[in-house]
Design a protein around this ligand. Structure first.
Ligand SMILES: [Cu+2]
Length: 480
């Protein structure tokens, strides 16, 4: 956790000068200086020092935007601009975002707050901001052309409304949406209840993050915006594992996690070791009668899901999207399955010519993590992450909920790996191994097949092309 007070004061002067031309109804000097964040770290919760108190959220690999109180109005300043986002250590992407990062900062307010948001456009094209899920005057809804003219390049627009209902919301452009969201423009918005709410429990830890996805060729920096399905980077808050911070909690904490999905597909989000309740959606808190315990909840496109659980089991608990291709990082999509082919030297040779060439391992994919295959500059290994017992062979939408009895209240520092009590780790059986009993009959079925093949066929979708050990020099005697 870093201190949040590292923002560029210099950026403020430039933005203020640009904005002054466009903002006339608001006193020119009154434009709040934009706060810029340059780091992708999870910042400490921003405890409110003005307005109604609340228990602030923690944005995974993100931060909360400070505000200024002006005659009872909470004023925020968002700057839409190109940013460089570190998606995981050693891998940077050129994205668009807000205030130095993608996603933009989380905005936190209290039910009933009057909010004024200045939006300065430093992108190369026009933009707007839609406040996804909010009750607000129609002209503040941010759909370019429908509710407002687009915010031209270099101009600042003002949005103003009352945060009428408590809940979890998102913000994103509603102008050249495909491009701007594919480039990473999005952020979270939390409206805390103004008083005790029968359907909103108080929690000890409250995490938020957005599910987003990019298509960035290995070695490249900029997402391909035309991609609709074949994304190769499935991210949480524009970070991919092992770049996603752990969610650190204290044993017996009541934990809330809010996730919004701004990708092009659904994500079944799965927590190990605990059961949770879905306590809220974009529509607000769920009625108690609709809640049942789950360990996986699907978050559809454009949806938000808020889950809550009692963290009463110590350990390092995996927390991830259950689509197994979403816990992988950049891989080429036009790759054949070559299970059964020892191709390791070939891959090394080919990557000299075609930097992003990758193939599946011949015994499955786990080999990929040990091969030390040369990667092009600026990409994330497909599966990695060194755990206490070896590689976890993950990427993408994967993190760990770390539950510790010694974690102090309000401390989010990574406590390191869980120290398992003696006898509580799966271990190798070293005794005798009797022959497993096998079921003698072949092919149990509900109905008899009508047509059977003439003879037994061994199906090989793709035959290994190199013939035996002598067929390809360099292939024999290879080991890793
Ligand atoms: Cu997923």
């Amino acid at each position: 956790m870093n201190n949040r007070r590292n923002f560029l004061a210099g950026a403020g002067a430039i933005t203020t000068a640009v904005a002054a031309a466009a903002v006339s109804r608001v006193a020119m000097a009154a434009l709040p200086e934009p706060v810029i964040q340059t780091k992708p770290d999870t910042m400490a919760p921003l405890v409110p020092n003005t307005g109604r108190p609340y228990n602030p959220v923690v944005t995974l690999n993100g931060w909360t935007l400070p505000w200024r109180m002006n005659n009872g109005v909470k004023e925020f300043h968002l700057v839409a601009e190109p940013v460089v986002r570190e998606m995981s250590p050693g891998f940077k992407a050129h994205l668009w975002g807000y205030n130095g990062q993608s996603p933009g900062p989380t905005i936190e307010v209290v039910e009933g707050d009057r909010v004024r948001i200045f939006v300065t456009n430093k992108l190369p094209e026009h933009t707007s901001v839609h406040w996804h899920g909010q009750r607000l005057p129609n002209g503040m809804d941010g759909v370019t052309g429908l509710n407002q003219p687009a915010i031209p390049v270099g101009k600042t627009f003002v949005y103003e409304f009352v945060a009428r209902r408590p809940g979890t919301f998102m913000y994103h452009p509603h102008a050249d949406e495909m491009t701007q969201m594919a480039m990473g423009m999005m952020g979270f918005w939390i409206t805390h209840p103004k008083a005790k709410h029968p359907l909103i429990d108080e929690v000890d830890r409250d995490f938020v993050f957005l599910l987003n996805a990019y298509d960035i060729d290995p070695g490249a920096y900029t997402p391909k915006i035309m991609t609709m399905l074949d994304f190769n980077l499935w991210s949480w808050n524009s970070r991919v594992f092992p770049g996603i911070d752990p969610l650190v909690v204290r044993k017996n904490d009541k934990v809330r996690i809010r996730m919004g999905n701004l990708t092009m597909t659904n994500h079944p989000i799965h927590l190990h070791g605990h059961e949770f309740l879905v306590t809220g959606t974009d529509g607000g808190p769920t009625p108690k009668s609709t809640r049942w315990y789950e360990v996986t909840t699907d978050v559809a496109v454009g949806q938000m899901r808020q889950i809550e659980f009692l963290a009463d089991e110590e350990g390092d608990w995996a927390f991830h999207c259950h689509k197994s291709h979403h816990t992988m990082n950049a891989m080429g999509h036009d790759v054949p399955t070559l299970i059964g082919v020892d191709h390791r030297q070939v891959v090394k040779d080919i990557t000299n010519v075609i930097p992003d060439y990758m193939v599946m391992g011949e015994r499955g994919m786990a080999d990929m993590t040990e091969m030390e295959m040369p990667l092009p500059d600026n990409t994330a290994p497909m599966m990695s992450g060194d755990g206490p017992f070896g590689s976890v062979e993950m990427g993408g939408m994967f993190s760990v909920v770390k539950v510790r009895k010694n974690q102090k209240a309000g401390d989010y520092k990574d406590p390191g790996w869980y120290k398992h009590p003696p006898g509580e780790v799966a271990y190798e059986w070293t005794g005798a191994l009797p022959n497993p009993a096998r079921f003698a009959a072949e092919g149990g079925q509900t109905m008899k097949a009508q047509n059977m093949p003439m003879k037994d066929v061994e199906v090989q979708v793709r035959k290994p092309v190199m013939g035996g050990k002598g067929g390809m020099s360099g292939m024999s005697g290879m080991k890793h």
